[in-house]
Design a protein around this ligand. Structure first.
Ligand SMILES: [Zn+2]
Length: 136
């Protein structure tokens, strides 16, 4: 995904991209139901992967994410050169994107499963992590 940091006093104010890596950690009680296909699972990994693919990857992959504080005329130009422009109400830093993703994932999880954390790598050595315990 590409992004640019609005009004940032460094090179990241320019459009550039990352091969983000997302880790989603869930919490819950494994199902205790011998004979049930999901016995011993909090959530089927396949269901979680599908949820993340549908609600995160398909929206964000190869998109350009910008802050809605970017002036309107610039947004208009960017919308002409990008088929997938995401205008968000925050500065698209790794910290803020991780929190945004956490909110989306939380809305989609089954009622008996909770989100524990979201870790988003911007590079191999730089990541931001969101914890449910810090965001009651
Ligand atoms: Zn960046």
């Amino acid at each position: 995904m590409a992004h640019m940091l609005h009004a940032y006093d460094g090179p990241c104010r320019n459009i550039h991209g990352h091969s983000y890596i997302l880790e989603v950690t869930l919490a819950g009680e494994p199902l205790k139901c011998p004979g049930d296909p999901r016995d011993g699972m909090i959530m089927d990994f396949g269901e979680l992967k599908n949820l993340v693919k549908e609600h995160i990857i398909s929206r964000f992959d190869h998109a350009l994410m910008i802050n809605n504080l970017v002036p309107g005329e610039q947004q208009e130009v960017l919308s002409k050169i990008s088929e997938n422009l995401l205008v968000v109400a925050f500065q698209p830093t790794t910290e803020n994107i991780a929190a945004y993703i956490a909110g989306i994932v939380q809305e989609q999880l089954p009622a008996d499963v909770s989100l524990f954390s979201v870790r988003l790598y911007e590079t191999v050595t730089a990541f931001a992590e969101w914890f449910a315990g810090d965001n009651p």
